[in-house]
Design a protein around this ligand. Sequence first.
Ligand SMILES: [Zn+2]
Ligand SMILES: [Zn+2]
Length: 445
Amino acid sequence: MGHMFEHTETDIVIRWRRMLGYSTLWLPGTDHAGIATQLMVDRQLASEGIKRQDLGREKFVERVWQWREHYGGVILKQMKRLGDSVDWSREYFTMEERLNVAVREVFVRLYEEGLIYRGKYIVNWCPRCMTAISDLEVKHEETAGKIYEIRYPVVGSKAGSQEFIIVATTRPETMLGDTAVAVNARDERYKHLHGKKALLPLLEREIPIILDDLANPEFGTGAVKVTPAHDPNDFQAGLRHNLPQIDVMDETAHMNSNAGPYSGLDRFAAREKVLADLEQHGLLAAIKEHTLALGRCDRCKTVVEPRLSTQWFVAVNKQPKNGGVSLAQGATGPVLKGDIRFTPENYKQIYLNWMQNIYDWCISRQLWWGHRIPAWHCADCKEITVAREGPAQCPKCKSKNLQQDTDVLDTWFSSALLPFTAFGWPCQDDKTKRELAAFYFGWRA
Ligand SMILES: [Zn+2]
Ligand SMILES: [Zn+2]
């Protein structure tokens, strides 16, 4: 019904403009819907009692192609039944070889301009799909939960009068990764604690009491725990104060060895045990009802875990090495100049606000179905080589012991290139040049 509705409207606009005498073109095609498709095939395999890992990457990708041949054409058949006025001679699919060439070309160009980098960052992690997912793939729902207030002993309190600093959290199991407690510099209640340390309960680790705006004197107790490896705001605070990042969970959201006695427990089982142990030590100050916006994976409904992991990113606010404007400025410039107009006009401000507050795009996914990242890791010297074609040897140490990065790109990395690749870009033949010039005002090859 969604396709019927949307395609009928698009069809009307295309035919109307064509009859008015404009050059019109409606391109038909489909993307490879990385995470959704992998999940469907995972389920199909599960019904046969097979795991993806048993098959191995190559065999699994073969199965996805089979699945795709069977079901992938459904949308296109619907379009034909509707009589959509598309140009079928230009049908595309984002996993075609020619698109793979374009994806590599763009990846290498952005990398060479310093706009693609690899780094440790907090991402939305689905412990079931075992991949990073985008903000759009996290669905937040208001959930009745609890907020727990926990007493952290202040180190060096006078004998017989142990002082505590109280922090509040909805995810007590993450406290095992705390590396500081933050208070606000202008909060009078905590002036005497500046420069002091707290003792992290259960793990008995001494952590500094830091001054940071992360702590809001008007909210809760005014003191907050800082867990750089498990919360995006704490991650930023950790960078400001040079705090260690202690990751206490593995990729399936089970506690790892950094969680000490809680190691091996699932995150929710760990939460219960942490709370029970705090209670037993008299360190659980209060439990309050609390409505929270719980983030779940759009595909499999598992609760998303903010997780520190090594990923590939596109730098959207950085100036390219060869000069010119950042990607975000490139996207806002034509709107500010009036070359692109929004209808209705109030969306212009929404768009500009969004683009002006945008942060780097995590483009890697820990999936098997998708465009594999064109980067090769040297097993001997750890050098990373980004290239259009797989290198024969490591350019640094000449080793032949190279392995291609196992991650694939976010589906949008290839989908976003379609306006250009649909006409054959990066191929530079006359047909491609002519068509790009015809359909893109001001296009320069
Ligand atoms: Zn998931
Ligand atoms: Zn090497």
